[in-house]
Write a protein that binds this ligand. Structure first.
Ligand SMILES: [Zn+2]
Length: 216
């Protein structure tokens, strides 16, 4: 099997990375330097959900799986990209927009909602993103989808204190991938996604290097 193309879908993590309101800002401190110690080493302090990351069911369900307990098959697989570009700020993604794609949805597929909102990353507008409606989420859960990925900072409305879609997906043992970027660079059919979070113990979520792969 040969790889023809790898598209990086990950945000850069640095001290100015835009984080969810209330989350800690990443902080990098050099612990060793080549000048002093002969090698470079950083101390990295950051929230479990900074940058491109996965939410485990435990994020919203006390008895839900933590990130290292999640089945890895949730994070790799063939994706269905649903373009929902041109939405207004804080506009829901509706069941009607999802409907044409429902027939392709089978267990194991990864749903990727492409809103284009990653263009606003680093600005206040990034928080006023479109979000997934409860009806659309339920229809996809009913088709057996357990991996929901998108290019916004949350799958729910960040302006609200309620997290209905997070709760629904957590209840069904699904995962959410947030803060994807560069989705427009996927210019080939049937992209294969690798969205593997790092193995943080007992964590609600974890950062990842997210990529889409085209096989030759
Ligand atoms: Zn989330």
């Amino acid at each position: 099997m040969k790889i023809k193309k790898i598209v990086d879908l990950s945000q850069q993590i640095h001290e100015q990375t835009q984080v969810y309101p209330g989350d800690p800002q990443p902080d990098f401190q050099p612990i060793a330097t080549i000048e002093r110690d002969g090698y470079n080493l950083l101390q990295v302090c950051m929230g479990s959900q900074s940058g491109t990351h996965a939410d485990a069911p435990y994020h919203f369900a006390k008895e839900g799986k933590t990130i290292e307990e999640c089945d890895l098959s949730l994070f790799v697989g063939e994706g269905i990209i649903i373009p929902v570009l041109g939405k207004q700020p804080r506009e829901p993604i509706t069941l009607e927009e999802i409907c044409p794609y429902l027939s392709q949805m089978t267990p194991g597929k990864i749903v990727v909602l492409h809103t284009g909102w990653s263009d606003y990353n680093g600005t206040d507008q990034y928080f006023s993103h479109p979000y997934l409606s409860v009806e659309a989420a339920q229809a996809m859960l009913d088709r057996g989808i357990r991996t929901f990925a998108l290019d916004t900072i949350s799958i729910d409305d960040t302006g609200s204190n309620e997290y209905p879609v997070h709760h629904m997906i957590a209840r069904d043992g699904g995962v959410i991938i947030e803060n994807l970027t560069n989705l427009a660079a996927i210019d080939f059919p049937q992209p294969f996604f690798s969205l593997l979070p790092i193995k943080l113990s007992g964590a609600d979520g974890a950062p990842m290097r997210a990529v889409a792969i085209q096989f030759a």
